[in-house]
Design a binder for this molecule. Structure first.
Ligand SMILES: Cc1cc2nc3c(=O)[nH]c(=O)nc-3n(C[C@H](O)[C@H](O)[C@H](O)COP(=O)(O)O)c2cc1C
Length: 328
C-alpha cells in the first residue's frame, strides 16, 4: 500500500513537504502546480517550484517529489516537462483537476475534463518528450459539470501513456462539498491497467478505513487531512501495515511541537513575516479540531514579525522543558 501527500498550492511548499516527510511515512509527494502557458520556463522557475531538484528531487529524508505542471497546450507542456526532466525531476504529474476560476478561464485544470481527446494529446506529447524512465501521471476530478466522461477521460489518460491517475472523487462543480464519491474508484479501476490513486476527504483513520473498504485501492493521496493531522500517515501505517499500533503522542501535541520548527524553516527560507503568515495559516486550519490550537491562534493572530517569533520561541522552550516527560 502506498500513501501520498497531495499537492496543495500555498500549503505544501518545500518547507511543508520537508516537515511532513520527516516521519518517513509518506511514499511520495508532489509540488504545488507550476502553471505553463506558451513559453518555456527558465531554470529558476523550476527550482523555485521544486527546490528539491537540487537534492535529487527528494526531500531531506529521501521522499521522492514529483513535479506537477498545469496547462492546456500540449506542446509547451511537453517542452517544460522535458526541461523538468533535464533538471532531475523524478516524475511529472499533470493537473487536470484545478477548479479555480482564473485557472479554468485560461484553459487549465478541470476545464480540460470536458475534452478527453485533449487529455490524450497532452499526456501523449508529454510522455514522448521525457525519458522513458520518468513516469508521467495525471490528477483529475470525476468531471467538470458531471461524471459522464469519467471513464472516457481515465481511459484516454491511460492509452496516452499515463503511469497512474489520481482521482479527486468530485466533479469541478462539486468543489470541496462532502462527500467525496469514493465509489467511483473501483468503477474506474476495473477498466484500467494503471493504478488509480484514491483522493478526497481522508481526514482520519476511520475515513481511510472506509475509503479503503469502498475502493479496494492500494494507493491513497491525502491533502487537507495531512495538515490538520500530520500524524495521520503514521496512524494509517501502524494500523494497516504494522498491525501493531505503537504508543504515540496525541496528534495535536505532535503538531504543536512542529509549529516552531515550521516557523523557523519559513523564516530561514524567506523571512519572519512570511513565516508568521504561514504559521497563522496552519493554526487556522488546526483550530476547528484542536481547542488549544484555537486558543494559540486567537492569542497570536494579531502579532507580527519579531513578536510572533518570540511566541514561537516560547512554544519551543515549552517543548524542550517537557521533552523528558512522557507524552500525555
Ligand atoms: C489550498 C489547496 C490547494 C490545492 N492545490 C492543488 C494543486 O496545486 N494541485 C493539485 O493537483 N491539487 C490541488 N489541490 C487539491 C488537493 O490536491 C486534493 O485533491 C483535494 O484537496 C482533495 O483531497 P483532500 O480532501 O485530501 O484535501 C488543492 C487543494 C487545496 C485545499
Amino acid at each position: 500500500m502506498k500513501l501520498y501527500l497531495a499537492p496543495m498550492e500555498g500549503v505544501t511548499d518545500f518547507i511543508m513537504r520537508d516537515l511532513l516527510t520527516q516521519s518517513g511515512d509518506i511514499d511520495k509527494c508532489f509540488t504545488e502546480f507550476l502553471r505553463v502557458t506558451n513559453r518555456l520556463h527558465p531554470h529558476s522557475v523550476f527550482y523555485k517550484n521544486c527546490p528539491e531538484l537540487k537534492m535529487g528531487s527528494r526531500t531531506r529524508t529521501g521522499t521522492p517529489v514529483i513535479l506537477q505542471l498545469l496547462g492546456g497546450q500540449a506542446e509547451p507542456l511537453a517542452e517544460n516537462a522535458a526541461r523538468a526532466a533535464e533538471l532531475g525531476a523524478l516524475g511529472i504529474d499533470l493537473n487536470f483537476g484545478c477548479p479555480a476560476k482564473t485557472v479554468n478561464r485560461h484553459d487549465g485544470g478541470a476545464v480540460l475534463l470536458q475534452y478527453p481527446q485533449r487529455l490524450y494529446d497532452i499526456v501523449k506529447n508529454v510522455r514522448k518528450a521525457v525519458p522513458a524512465m520518468i513516469p508521467v501521471s495525471a490528477k483529475i476530478r470525476l468531471g467538470f459539470q458531471d461524471t459522464t466522461l469519467a471513464i472516457e477521460n481515465t481511459q484516454a489518460l491511460s492509452e496516452a501513456g499515463a503511469s497512474a491517475v489520481t482521482v479527486h472523487c468530485r466533479t469541478k462543480i462539486q468543489g470541496y462539498r462532502p462527500p467525496a464519491h469514493w465509489e467511483w474508484i473501483p468503477k474506474l479501476s476495473e477498466t484500467l491497467s494503471i493504478p488509480v490513486i484514491a483522493n478526497g476527504d481522508i481526514a482520519s483513520l476511520n475515513d481511510f478505513n472506509k475509503c479503503r473498504e469502498m475502493t479496494h485501492s492500494q494507493h491513497f493521496m491525502i491533502g487537507r487531512g495531512a495538515i490538520s493531522n500530520p500524524l495521520l500517515f503514521r496512524q494509517i501505517r501502524n494500523s494497516i501495515i504494522n498491525q501493531t499500533p505503537s504508543p504515540e503522542p496525541s496528534a495535536w501535541l505532535h503538531t504543536k511541537a512542529m509549529l516552531p520548527a515550521f516557523f523557523n524553516a519559513c523564516a530561514l527560507s524567506i523571512n519572519i513575516h512570511f513565516a508568521a503568515a504561514r504559521t497563522k495559516q496552519w493554526l487556522r486550519v488546526l483550530a476547528p479540531t484542536n481547542p488549544e490550537a484555537k486558543e494559540i491562534f486567537d492569542r497570536l493572530k494579531s502579532l507580527k514579525g519579531r513578536e510572533f517569533q518570540a511566541s514561537m520561541e516560547g512554544l519551543s522552550q515549552e517543548f524542550s522543558a517537557r521533552s523528558s516527560q512522557p507524552y500525555e
